[in-house]
Design a protein around this ligand. Structure first.
Ligand SMILES: [Zn+2]
Length: 97
């Protein structure tokens, strides 16, 4: 089987390549991407998977932190009243009303 590298979306093997200038590859899972974006080594094919995991982790962590701050504000509104964005209502330009 000819080596078409790996998918930049999921890291799976590329299975088809269009025979035209600026053509696309398709991976075994059906993602379509420019041939030039194919990942060349098996070692680096892990990158899209790691990137996705890290993005998920950061998103989950960020949401967790925001929810915790909102919970604290609910419990101790006095402590938060002077914190921009967490206390008094602000206008669209960030100024207190
Ligand atoms: Zn893919």
């Amino acid at each position: 089987m000819k080596d078409l590298g790996y998918c930049p979306v999921c890291g799976s093997e590329g299975v088809t390549r269009e025979r035209r200038l600026n053509g696309d590859d398709t991976c075994i899972k059906g993602h379509k991407y420019p041939s030039k974006d194919a990942i060349s080594t098996r070692e680096e094919s892990i990158l899209p998977v790691v990137r996705k995991r890290l993005e998920d982790l950061l998103r989950i962590t960020s949401e967790g932190v925001i929810l915790e701050l909102l919970r604290q504000r609910r419990q101790e509104p006095e402590k938060w009243k002077n914190v921009p964005g967490f206390g008094r209502e602000t206008n669209d330009n960030g100024k207190f009303k």
